[in-house]
Design a protein around this ligand. Structure first.
Ligand SMILES: Nc1ncnc2c1ncn2[C@@H]1O[C@H](COP(=O)(O)OP(=O)(O)O)[C@@H](O)[C@H]1O
Ligand SMILES: N[C@@H](CCC(=O)OP(=O)(O)O)C(=O)O
Length: 374
């Protein structure tokens, strides 16, 4: 008999989490013909209800609105144009909400539908509203079922994928763990459909993802693909939230001892709402390229960014807008609120403070308004 392998600290913390966000993808809830798969939805609800009955609070972030609208509308495949996608989402979301309500009713649990647009997370006043509603639902013992508000979200304001939405919601509700449930049992070092790929059990830092190819397209009914799950896991982990990625078919184990799939360890600590918004939710209006000295000052020593360390400026922004800070190789190393308009900076960059007139000696991005991403 072999000894049981000790669970990693990440898995233990996920198994012990009190407040969880569980994201489930379209391919796990719908048939290939574009209708809801009631049996698979019920199996997911069984697993979530068991965890709720054990005293935990669970937010479900559910995709599937567009996919579930395909068959009822008599369409042959997932629509490509926005108007038809929105029509499909309108029909499918209704079916989805009804199915969750009926399925959770088997456990005498009430569900609350929460449809969010990117604005609800990007604008700080909206962020607080969404936060308040979700918290209230949870304290009332309701299971919130969240999706993007696809019927009104236009191209510019779309989250784009529910993996990212789930990571943002995890922070919003102060979740102790995020579960990403898909149609694949784990992250592999390459697309498993090609064969020969190996499972990655634990990701403890960015280095564990070196050489991992997650670029393969998704299932065809969803949008995200594996790359968006890895990115969502990174967003959650840097905000201090561990992530478990596995298949919806393993939801019972995932919500039980968490000894399945790929576990991503939290790499950062929980950020304040403002810093999280700066790092992940706010839209950037410009880019500042830094020299190596400025990168070291900003990222390692957590100093303000001065004009002397900037080599180039891109974008049309005003003082108060969010910009990305790039290292000399073009990697975004930080984000922050810029103190100058784009038009003011070309005359200042590369010059040290004592060369500048007194009114232009203030920091370009103050340390309090800056979040390092690496
Ligand atoms: N490195 C990888 N590891 C695991 N799956 C991968 C990888 N690269 C691509 N994939 C594919 O990504 C798919 C999951 O993405 P997607 O279909 O968008 O899921 P969902 O609908 O659950 O959001 C898997 O079915 C798998 O074929
Ligand atoms: N909001 C969309 C989901 C888009 C999406 O991200 O889908 P998926 O990749 O399956 O998680 C819908 O409900 O159809």
């Amino acid at each position: 008999m072999t000894d049981a392998v000790e669970l990693s600290p990440t898995r233990k913390s996920i198994a012990a989490a009190h407040r969880l966000v569980v994201k489930v993808g379209s391919s796990s809830l719908t048939t290939s013909k574009g209708a809801l798969d009631q049996a698979r939805l019920a199996a997911l609800v069984d697993a979530v209800a068991a965890r709720v009955d054990a005293g935990c609070q669970v937010v479900v972030v559910s995709s599937g609105a567009i996919a579930a609208g395909i068959a009822p509308l008599g369409l042959r495949r997932r629509p490509r144009d926005l108007a038809t996608k929105q029509a499909a989402a309108s029909v499918g979301q209704q079916a989805l909400a009804h199915a969750y309500a009926e399925s959770f009713a088997r456990y005498r649990r009430t569900v609350g539908q929460v449809l969010l647009t990117a604005d609800d997370v990007v604008r700080r006043a909206h962020y607080r509203n969404a936060q308040r509603t979700l918290n209230r639902l949870l304290t009332l013992g309701v299971v919130p079922v969240v999706n993007e508000n696809d019927t009104v979200a236009t191209a510019e304001i779309r989250f784009g994928d529910n993996d990212r939405l789930a990571a943002l919601v995890s922070h919003l509700v102060g979740a102790d763990a995020l579960l990403l449930l898909s149609d694949v049992d784990a992250l592999y070092d390459g697309d498993p459909r090609g064969g020969g790929a190996s499972v990655i059990r634990e990701v403890t830092g960015a280095g564990d993802l070196d050489g991992v190819d997650a670029s393969g397209a998704g299932s065809g009914v969803g949008t995200g693909g594996m790359a968006s799950k890895v990115e969502a896991a990174r967003v959650a982990c840097t905000a201090g939230i561990p992530v478990l990625l596995t298949s919806a078919a393993q939801a019972g184990r995932a919500l039980g001892d968490a000894d399945v799939g790929t576990a991503f360890a939290a790499t950062g600590t929980r950020l304040s709402a403002r810093r999280f918004w700066l790092a992940h939710a706010a839209g950037a209006r410009g880019r500042l390229w830094l020299d190596d000295g400025a990168v070291a000052a900003v990222v390692r020593r957590r100093r303000s960014l001065l004009a002397a360390g900037i080599t180039s400026v891109e974008g049309t922004f005003d003082g108060g807008d969010v910009v990305e800070l790039l290292d000399p190789s073009g990697i975004v190393v930080a984000r922050g609120v810029v103190a100058y308009d784009a038009g003011e900076l070309p005359d200042l960059i590369g010059r040290s403070s004592h060369e500048l007139p007194a009114e232009q000696r203030r920091e370009v991005v103050h340390a309090d308004d800056l979040v390092a991403l690496r």
